[in-house]
Write a protein that binds this ligand. Structure first.
Ligand code: SAM
Length: 242
């Protein structure tokens, strides 16, 4: 019989230390992301975290890759080797809750060229500007009061990792739609368990579906993906605004 003790004793001391380090990292990272639900508290946390954010999430967080891959699949192919990027290079994209710019870097690698960013935490935005892949930046929120993003302006509005308690609320979806051109797309990449019963976004899918019933938009895809954050599954939605 294999006991759990037997299973763990087959690990080397190095494996055990690595496992413990990973758990400690996950707890520390989760503390930055978690807030009581107040936007200002969330922003204070991200301003403190900005300088080590990219390093802390290296290899264990994939929201940005998942969103970029979903858009790569859904949109016309471009010229990835430079130039204006072909048809996809002309698409105007807004990265919402853009953080340090991880989505923009991935979209740039996939041939997208016209990228703007919206991010409430000024220190995150400072790091984002160093990527050199974004044009205009908005130091603002969505779903929490007003913002100055023009209506019907973007071909694509993308959110990766910002549908979390105390971040973009479900009502923020209306804002994402407002910013998108008719015929444009909204892409949301998030942790799947948040959308399930008992999760902070358990009513999100009902809202997405209601908007489809109201002919505000139509679903292009919904994909479940492994290892979104550590071993947690993610889900990525793409909707086309009508
Ligand atoms: C986990 S980070 C994700 C950053 C980036 N998209 C990525 O994948 O690395 C979440 C980001 O959402 C931003 N955020 C929080 N509340 C927001 C809101 N109401 N509107 C827009 N962004 C928000 C935070 O400041 C933070 O930078």
């Amino acid at each position: 019989m294999t006991s759990s003790l037997g299973a763990s004793s087959s690990k080397t001391a190095d494996d055990l230390v690595k496992g413990q380090d990973l758990e400690e990292d996950k707890t520390r990272i989760t503390a930055y992301i978690t807030s009581t639900g107040e936007s200002q508290e969330t922003t204070v946390n991200y301003n403190k975290w900005a300088r080590s954010y990219d390093k802390d999430l290296e290899g264990t967080y994939r929201a940005h890759l998942i969103a970029a891959d979903a858009l790569d699949e859904a949109l016309p192919k471009g010229d990835k080797d430079g130039g204006d990027g072909g048809p996809r290079g002309r698409l105007r994209i807004l990265d919402v809750g853009a953080g340090t710019g991880k989505v923009g870097i991935e979209l740039g690698r996939r041939g997208f060229r016209h990228l703007d960013a919206l991010e409430p935490a000024a220190a995150m935005l400072e790091v984002l500007k160093t990527t050199g892949v974004y044009n205009r930046t908005f130091n603002e929120y969505v779903g929490v009061g007003k913002n100055s993003v023009p209506s019907g302006f973007y071909d694509v509005v993308v959110v990766a990792g910002a549908m979390v308690k105390g971040h973009i609320p479900i009502e923020g979806v209306d804002d994402l739609i407002r910013m998108t051109k008719p015929g444009g797309m909204v892409c949301i990449s998030m942790r799947k368990e948040f959308t399930e019963e008992g999760g902070d976004y358990q009513h999100l899918e009902t809202r997405l579906h209601d908007l489809q019933q109201q002919r505000i938009w139509t679903k292009v895809s919904r994909k479940v993906v492994p290892n979104y954050f550590y071993n947690h599954d993610g889900v990525v939605y793409i909707y086309k605004v009508l």
